[in-house]
Design a protein around this ligand. Sequence first.
Ligand code: HEM
Length: 151
Amino acid sequence: MKKILRSIAATFVIASSLLAAGASFGQQMAPKDDQLYKAFGEKAGLIALMDDFMVRLLADPRTGPHFQPANQQRVKEQLVDQFCALGGGPCVYKGVDMKSSHANLEIKKSDFHALVEVLQTSMDARGIAFRKQGEMLALLAPMNRDIITPK
Ligand code: HEM
């Protein structure tokens, strides 16, 4: 009887630690404060950033063909909310998850790098501190797994 109880307890401990790991690694960790959101100029700064970003994405021959047929206004709005939430701001991202929204878009690794490069140009143009750019890029980088189309 004691043995059974012990094995039930062990199963419970393993299950709960797996759940805890899922909560901290599998999902986006909650930002500890809104410093990153503030460094991006809050909501108005993010709207200006995404306006600039979309213009550059469309102009760049590597990313333009992807974004031309998209609902560009919607993508910009979703990006504002996504970056706001990632930066610890008062937003909730309600858009489509990264895997579903990029499925069937045939996105290559080089397309992902191109988009990051264009984003860096936009962040520079908005005068966002280099260190803060790095913090945001570190949050975005792991999304490549869901965005790049598997070969
Ligand atoms: C870290 C990188 C990326 C992030 C954070 C990101 C984020 C987003 C978000 C938030 C949306 C809107 C989803 C919605 O409509 O609910 C979206 C849509 C879209 N993204 Fe990305 N994206 C990334 C990389 C890329 C890359 C590399 C490409 C192609 C070069 C791309 C092409 C698109 C297109 C074409 C849409 C619109 C899809 C449609 O029409 O429904 N994205 N992305």
